[in-house]
Design a protein around this ligand. Structure first.
Ligand code: NAD
Length: 249
């Protein structure tokens, strides 16, 4: 039987990578999926793939650093499928690199908008919709850099630690009201982006993972689906590492 039959899910940044893997897996398990992405063409192509495979999905363009766009994505779920039960706040970008004194302030603010403010907007608009639908679950994408630091990625580290903090605070607020909220913390995941790295840099990333390789988006999706499912009925406010041992060292 399908684990998410009758459920509606919103996935942000669902046009690529981890978001695409989660949207596809949720649809395969019976969920109706709203796919947000900054790039409508990639969101639409994921929705089309899901629909061709017999699933149910719709795409919506939106910038998660804009609260109106995040609200519109939640409203799309309500208007199209009658409510919202599940959300994966996942859209994110790499940040400006370098020691803090060299990072320009506009780059810092832009990164915080996409990687941290977005999760606040997500929670702010999703929680009332999920309560109205009788309860559900939310997963926010943090990172290994939401658990440990990186000298060259201060804004990203700050945003991803912030995601973990928002997750905990919101989880406590709604734990006894029928919404579970958790964060997922991927190690380096083998996306097309990383495959474009010079071989030396790619191998350097591999070497940081005791498991001896980078992760796949589908391996993150399996943990996210667990957290969104009733199998995780006693799991809230948790930080789930999916990192091949990166942070165990
Ligand atoms: P990706 O680039 O493959 O996919 C991200 C998607 O988000 C893209 O389709 C992009 O168009 C979309 N997006 C970007 N900015 C947006 C915005 N402002 N509004 C809406 N959509 C936007 O990346 P990914 O690797 O799948 O990353 C997904 C999440 O996982 C991010 O939050 C990232 O920080 C996190 N993460 C990734 C890795 C990794 O190694 N790939 C590791 C840890 C955490």
């Amino acid at each position: 039987t399908e684990k998410f039959a009758g459920k509606t899910a919103l996935v942000t940044g669902g046009g690529s990578g981890i978001g695409k893997a989660v949207a596809t897996a949720l649809a395969a398990e019976g969920a109706s999926v709203v796919i947000n992405d900054l790039k409508i063409e990639v969101a639409q192509s994921v929705a089309d793939e899901i629909t061709s495979a017999g699933g149910t999905a719709v795409a919506i363009a939106g910038d998660v650093s804009n609260p109106d766009d995040v609200q519109a994505a939640v409203q799309k779920a309500v208007d199209t499928y009658g409510g919202l039960h599940l959300a994966f706040n996942n859209a994110g970008i790499g940040g400006p690199q370098g020691p803090v004194a060299d990072i320009d302030i506009a780059g810092y603010r832009a990164l915080m908008g996409v990687n941290l403010d977005s999760v606040f907007y997500g929670l702010h608009f999703q929680v009332p919709a999920i309560l109205a639908a009788g309860g559900g679950a939310i997963v926010n994408t943090s990172s290994i850099l939401g658990v440990v630091g990186d000298a060259n990625a201060l804004p990203y580290v700050a945003a991803k630690h912030g995601v973990a903090g928002m997750t905990k605070a919101a989880a406590i607020s709604y734990a006894d009201k029928g919404i579970r909220i958790n964060s997922v913390h991927p190690g380096y995941i083998d996306t097309p982006l990383l495959q474009g790295l010079p071989e030396e840099a790619y191998n350097g990333l591999v070497a940081k993972h005791p498991i001896g390789r980078l992760g796949a988006s589908e391996e993150v999706a399996k943990v996210v689906l667990f957290l969104l499912s009733d199998d995780a009925s006693f799991v809230t406010g948790s930080q789930y590492l999916v990192d091949g041992g990166y942070t165990a060292q």
